[in-house]
Design a protein around this ligand. Structure first.
Ligand SMILES: [Zn+2]
Length: 131
């Protein structure tokens, strides 16, 4: 039996971080559908599960590897955003955040200094804001 399974899996992709995420998401969605009694969640959970199995047994390994890389970079971007939100929340009393009108760079200025001229360190644009 084990040998058969090994033969079956030969040349197939197997599991990765994205599949782990998908299987957890499927369980969470199905639990949600049980709690909320919304059919939508169970369909989404089923879709996640099917996609997970499809990826595990796929023979197109380079394509699946690429998907996993994209998943990693998406996860990193999300974590970066979350860190930014956390930091802004932590120093909301002492700093104000503005975006440069030209290059959209996020700038942090100390609060309570009245109207100040801010110059963007990235592109050099100057603009006036209340701090
Ligand atoms: Zn700028």
């Amino acid at each position: 039996m084990r040998e058969k399974f090994r033969q079956f899996m030969a040349g197939r992709y197997g599991t990765d971080a994205l599949n782990q995420f998908l299987s957890i998401a499927a369980v969470v969605l199905i639990l949600l559908s049980l709690v909320t009694r919304l059919g939508l969640f169970s369909w989404l959970g089923l879709a996640a599960l099917i996609y997970c199995y499809f990826r595990t047994f796929s023979r197109n390994i380079s394509r699946r590897t690429e998907e996993n890389y994209r998943f990693y970079s998406f996860q990193e971007r999300l974590m970066g955003k979350w860190k930014g939100v956390k930091r802004r929340w932590a120093d909301r009393k002492t700093y104000r955040y503005y975006r440069c009108p030209k290059c959209r760079q996020l700038l942090r200025v100390p609060k309570g200094r009245g109207r100040i001229e801010i110059s963007c360190p990235r592109c050099g644009t100057q603009f006036i804001k209340k701090s």
